[in-house]
Design a protein around this ligand. Structure first.
Ligand code: F6P
Length: 353
């Protein structure tokens, strides 16, 4: 394969050859790319297209919607409703999924976050779209519970990042591959085949303004990174925080690192900030297919059985050895194996020993 010459369509035909339902899945991913191109054009025009700023409305999460959140959602929904390839559409920006019936119904369900990191739009920093594809039930109407399947059941997943260049990064379960949009000809070209995340890293990404709300194992990990050479890690770490998950995950795919939005006590009604179905699961699949690991801190994200389409979950993902270390810190906290950072339950018990 010549880099710079393999279009997304050619790649998908070759990559999915021999897979059941290959033609339909390839066609759906090409529809995803079409919506991404439309969103890329809108985000690139920015203020010139009058698309910056907020609306009066809130989404189901209680977040104020940006104009581009709604326009991006419409770009995906229209593409999927017309495309004849999906039976159901669920989105961060819609309270309930939309069913597609009649002759336009297809064999898949799509779940997506049309514009992730949208607080960055008005300051002209990278944003992105995230998508996940599941098989639809055959021969009956789609029910909300049909979406609630573990991340292991995703047929394909990926994201687009609208940065200095627009890239589409996706997996169909055979590695993670990156395509760059050639704007002049309107094609996505394979530029990053078989992306691999290094197992080790010295870069972490977390919103440290939440430090006092984190659990002790996360405080321990970050304290050790910050102590660098002077403590048990024996090397200095660097920190990044873009506040756009897509851009953070993209950086990790390009050069390694660990990204965390862990469980915290900031709002006890929320077990995490990020959403399982259209943020954690698709990014978990993309990262694991590139050799990384995605965890809640207490287990693999892709193994979680969802209970609600908009449910939130703690997310720790990236370079495998770091994510495994953070999981070990959670385990040592939960079992009382590390007295400095063990749960209060174990500290109290040891007082009476
Ligand atoms: O909604 C998700 C998101 O915008 C992510 O893209 C990003 O990682 C995170 O929220 C930013 O959170 P904070 O506002 O705490 O920096």
């Amino acid at each position: 394969m010549h880099l710079g010459r393999t279009t997304l369509s050619k790649f998908l035909i070759q990559e999915l050859d021999g897979t059941e339902g290959a033609r339909d899945l390839a066609a759906l991913l090409i529809d995803v790319a079409a919506a991404v191109k439309a969103i890329s054009a809108m985000t690139a025009k920015g203020a010139l297209a009058g698309v910056l700023g907020s609306l009066e409305s809130e989404n189901v999460q209680g977040e104020v919607q940006k104009k581009l959140d709604v326009l991006s959602n419409t770009a995906f929904v229209n593409t999927f409703q017309m495309g004849g390839l999906v039976a159901g559409i669920a989105s961060e920006e819609m309270d309930d999924p939309i069913s597609v019936v009649g002759e336009k119904r297809g064999p898949f369900l799509t779940i997506f976050d049309p514009l992730d990191g949208s607080s960055n739009i008005d300051v002209n920093v990278s944003v992105g779209s995230i998508f996940s594809i599941l098989r639809a039930p055959a021969g009956r109407a789609v029910e909300p519970s049909d979406y609630l399947r573990s991340g292991r059941e995703q047929l394909a997943a990926g994201y687009a990042v609208y940065g200095p260049s627009t890239m589409l990064v996706l997996t169909v379960g055979k590695g993670t591959h990156g395509f760059t949009l050639d704007r002049e000809v309107g094609n996505f070209i394979l530029t990053h085949p078989n992306i691999r995340i290094p197992a080790d890293t010295s870069e972490f990404a977390i919103n440290t303004s939440n430090e006092r709300f984190w659990e002790p194992p996360v405080q321990r990990y970050i304290a050790e990174c910050k102590a660098g050479k002077t403590d048990i890690r024996g090397k200095d770490f660097n920190m990044r925080w873009i506040a756009s998950m897509v851009a953070e995950v993209h950086r990790i795919l390009m050069r390694g690192g660990v990204f965390m939005y862990p469980k915290d006590t900031k709002d006890p009604s929320k077990p995490g900030r990020l959403r399982l179905m259209y943020e954690a699961n698709p990014m978990g699949m993309v990262v694991e297919q590139a050799g990384g690991f995605a965890s809640t801190g207490r287990g693999r994200i892709l193994d979680v059985t969802p209970e609600q389409i908009h449910q939130r979950i703690p997310v720790i993902l990236g370079s495998r050895n770091e994510v495994e270390r953070i999981e070990r810190y959670h385990q040592e906290y939960d079992t009382g194996a590390d007295q400095r950072y063990s749960s209060p339950l174990f500290k109290e018990r040891s007082l009476f020993q």
